[in-house]
Design a protein around this ligand. Structure first.
Ligand code: SF4
Length: 376
C-alpha cells in the first residue's frame, strides 16, 4: 500500500477500502492486504448490475433510453449463475426489474429539469498526515452520478441495501465528505458554489428514497484528520472479523473463521460430534428458557402469597424462599462495594459517595435448599 516518491511516502488507497475496514477488518485483510480474489456475493453482484444499468441509462442523457431499453440492458448483463438455483435467481432478477421500473417512474417526474453532468466519476484526494508532512495519502473513489442543480451540484450515491441510515450518520459520513472534496478537486469551477451548495445524496434504490446532507468548511477540514486516524488504526489492526448483516455481501465466507465451518465439505468425526454438541446446546438453551419462564411464573405466585400474608419467607419440604430488598449502586451490590471501597485511598472513597447517589432498591427472591424443622 505504501509507495515512496522522492522524500515523500504516499499511501494509495480508496474510500471503498477504508469502508471495508470499517465494516470488517478481516475482510479488509483478505481483500486489500492479501489481495485474495473472491467470488462476488449475490448481493454484491445484484448491486453491481443495478449500478451498471443506471450508468447505461444516464450516460446518454438527455436522450435517455426507454424503459424497455433499460430492462433489456439489465437482461443482457445479468449473470444468473451467480445466484445459484433458478428460484433465487428469479427473486433477485424480479427485484432488479421492480427497482428499475420504479426508478424510471420517478425519472419521468423530474426528467425536464434533470441535468446529469457525469456518471461513474473518478476522483482523487491527496491528504497530508497532520503529524508528519512527509506522509501523504492519495485517496481514490468513484461517484455514481453528479447532477447540476440550481446554484450548485448534487452528488448521488446509489445504495442497494434495505437499511435506511439515520440523518445524523449521513451528516457525519466520511464517504460523503470525501465525495464533496472529490467533486471540488475534479471540477475546481464548482468551488465558487462553496460546500454548502454541494448536495450530497444517498439514493436508496429499494425504497426509491433519498437522504441528503451538506458539508461545512470545518467538516471538510476535518476529513484529513479522520482519514489519517483510520489509516493509523489499520496499521495497528489485528484484523479481527466483525460479523454483521454485511457478511451477506462478503465473498470471503469460506475463509472466514466466523463462517468456514458452514462450508466444510469433508466432515471428520470430531466435526460430526461438534455438530451434535451444537444441537444439544440449543436443546438445553431452549429447555432453560422454558424453565426460566416457569420459574418467573412461580416467583409471581410466591410474591403474591407473601404480599397477601404480609410475610417475607415461605417454606417447602426442600427448603425456603426469602424476599429481600437489596440496594445497588450503579448495578453493583452496595454491601460488597462498601467493603471493597474501605480498602481504597480517600479520593476514590469520595468518588464512591457520588456513585452512591444512584443507589437503587431491588427486590430479590433468594432460594435456600435446606430442610427446616419447626422448633418444638
Ligand atoms: S464473512 Fe463477515 S466476518 Fe467474515 S470476513 Fe466477511 S464480513 Fe468479515
Amino acid at each position: 500500500m505504501i509507495k515512496i516518491y522522492g522524500m515523500a511516502e504516499i499511501i494509495k488507497t480508496s474510500y471503498s477500502a477504508l469502508d471495508t475496514f470499517r465494516q470488517c477488518p478481516l475482510k479488509y485483510k483478505f481483500q486489500v492486504v492479501e489481495k485474495i480474489k473472491a467470488p462476488k456475493s449475490k448481493e454484491a453482484v445484484f448491486g453491481d448490475k443495478l449500478h451498471k444499468a443506471l450508468q447505461f441509462f444516464h450516460k446518454q442523457s438527455p436522450l435517455s433510453p426507454t424503459l424497455d431499453e433499460l430492462l433489456n440492458y439489465i437482461k443482457e448483463i445479468w449473470e444468473s449463475e451467480v445466484f445459484g438455483d433458478e428460484q433465487t435467481d428469479m427473486i433477485y432478477f424480479s427485484e432488479a426489474i421492480k427497482i428499475l421500473k420504479n426508478y424510471y417512474e420517478n425519472y419521468l417526474k423530474i426528467k425536464e429539469k434533470l441535468v446529469v453532468l457525469d456518471t461513474e466519476t473518478r476522483f482523487e484526494v491527496l491528504l497530508e498526515n497532520p503529524d508528519n508532512k512527509d506522509q501523504k495519502c492519495l485517496l481514490r473513489g468513484i461517484i455514481d452520478r453528479v447532477d447540476k442543480i440550481k446554484d450548485g451540484v448534487e452528488v448521488i450515491d446509489y445504495k442497494t441495501a434495505k437499511r435506511f441510515p439515520a440523518q445524523n450518520d449521513v451528516n457525519n459520513s466520511l464517504q460523503l465528505s470525501l465525495y464533496c472534496i472529490g467533486v471540488l478537486n475534479r471540477w475546481p469551477e464548482f468551488a465558487k458554489y462553496g460546500p454548502e451548495n454541494i448536495k450530497l445524496t444517498l439514493y436508496y434504490l429499494k425504497h426509491q428514497e433519498t437522504i441528503s446532507s451538506k458539508r461545512t468548511e470545518e467538516q471538510l477540514n476535518n476529513v484529513q484528520k479522520q482519514t489519517w486516524e483510520m489509516l493509523k488504526e489499520i496499521e495497528k489492526s489485528e484484523f479481527q472479523p466483525i460479523p454483521s448483516a454485511l457478511c451477506d455481501w462478503c465473498g470471503y465466507r469460506r475463509l472466514c473463521p466466523m463462517w468456514r465451518h458452514l462450508y466444510k465439505e469433508q466432515m471428520a468425526i470430531d466435526d460430526e460430534q461438534v455438530k451434535k454438541v451444537v444441537d444439544e446446546f440449543f436443546a438445553l438453551k431452549q429447555a432453560n428458557s422454558q424453565n426460566n419462564k416457569k420459574i418467573n411464573d412461580l416467583k409471581e405466585i410466591i410474591e403474591n402469597y407473601l404480599d397477601k400474608e404480609k410475610i417475607e419467607r415461605v417454606f417447602g419440604d426442600t427448603g425456603y424462599i426469602t424476599r429481600l430488598i437489596q440496594i445497588k449502586a450503579g448495578g453493583y451490590d452496595i454491601k460488597k462495594l462498601e467493603q471493597l471501597i474501605k480498602t481504597l485511598p480517600l479520593p476514590i472513597q469520595e468518588q464512591f459517595q457520588q456513585v452512591k447517589k444512584n443507589d437503587k432498591e431491588y427486590t430479590i427472591i433468594k432460594a435456600s435448599v435446606k430442610k427446616i424443622k419447626k422448633e418444638p
